[in-house]
Design a protein around this ligand. Structure first.
Ligand SMILES: [Fe+2]
Ligand SMILES: [Fe+2]
Length: 301
């Protein structure tokens, strides 16, 4: 066996499934139908675990996605393939929209109940004030290729998160239509552009060890930051309903469509030589929700 064929990720023999291509949508939700509790006992709004999970993750999105844009944009002019060039533009436009919508949600809605500013300042200061500069100066491949590889790994997680969110009964059980719209919209676009940062990375540095090394860094970062955000929100709750909390934690960790279990499986899959995000076939799920969300955006516009 030719070992270079395994670890050279530009292997032309590798079959790649067609992925959807990013389409730019411009939703305009104000989230005024979201309330922190609901008279409906089964509404996800009432669950402290899921609320803290949603808020903590949402607080990571705007600046996290701006980092992804910076990383990919650096190489935009070096891309030769015309379709990938187009997809890079679509990726940047989609991530910019995600950042804007999550910022409205974070500042106007979540910020009205929770103190979010100190967490936003601290995590962005750590990640982009310290870590991004440190990587650029001191880490191998830092200042370009490493950032793209970290983005490709993070995008594998967000696409996995997206597919899991579309199937998750807990997101479907939000009373707030605009939260469901936001989650499904973000989820389908993560699926739609899941190949973009990965293909840019394959163009600029098709190296198995860079790709998987970046996955280790990304897992530690996303894991650490999301636990930090989750804890920051949870400690502001008056009284925690532990039985409900543990029930949700157990579900997300062990059930087949649980978010944490999906993340763990996504992590393992990424180490397969010649892995490509388009290998994960979520086309049918994507089609169903893309149609739904396109009609929702038309209705709200
Ligand atoms: Fe996004
Ligand atoms: Fe993304």
């Amino acid at each position: 066996m030719d070992i270079t064929k395994i670890f050279n990720e530009k292997n032309p023999d590798r079959p790649v499934q067609a992925s959807p291509h990013p389409k730019v949508r411009s939703p305009n939700w104000d989230f005024s139908d979201f309330h922190f509790s609901s008279p409906n006992p089964n509404a996800t709004e009432n669950n402290q675990f899921r609320r803290a999970y949603l808020v903590g993750l949402s607080l990571l999105f705007p600046e996290g996605e701006r980092f992804f844009i910076r990383a990919v944009r650096r190489y935009a002019n070096e891309i030769k393939d015309p379709q990938l060039k187009k997809d890079v533009k679509g990726f940047i436009a989609q991530e910019a929209q995600h950042g804007r919508q999550h910022e409205i949600l974070n500042e106007q809605i979540f910020g009205s109940r929770y103190e979010v500013k100190s967490f936003l300042d601290q995590w962005t200061g750590f990640a982009f004030g310290f870590l991004e500069n440190f990587a650029e100066k001191y880490l191998p491949f830092g200042g370009g290729k490493l950032e793209v590889a970290v983005t490709a790994a993070a995008e594998h997680f967000t696409a996995t998160w997206g597919a899991a969110a579309l199937k998750s009964p807990s997101f479907a059980a939000f009373d707030s239509q605009s939260i469901r719209d936001l989650v499904y919209w973000h989820a389908i676009e993560e699926i739609e552009h899941k190949h973009v940062a990965f293909d840019v990375m394959r163009e600029v540095s098709p190296n198995y060890f860079l790709r998987t090394g970046a996955m280790l860094i990304t897992t530690a970062l996303i894991g650490g930051l999301s636990i930090w955000g989750f804890a920051h929100i949870l400690k502001q709750e008056d009284k925690i309903d532990w039985p409900e909390f543990l029930k949700a934690l157990r579900y997300e960790s062990f059930e087949k469509d649980g978010m944490f279990r999906q993340f763990a499986e996504a992590f393992v899959t990424y180490f397969k030589p010649n892995f490509h995000p388009s290998d994960m076939d979520d086309q049918a799920l994507f089609d169903e929700f893309a149609n739904l969300i396109d009609s929702r955006i038309e209705k709200v516009a």
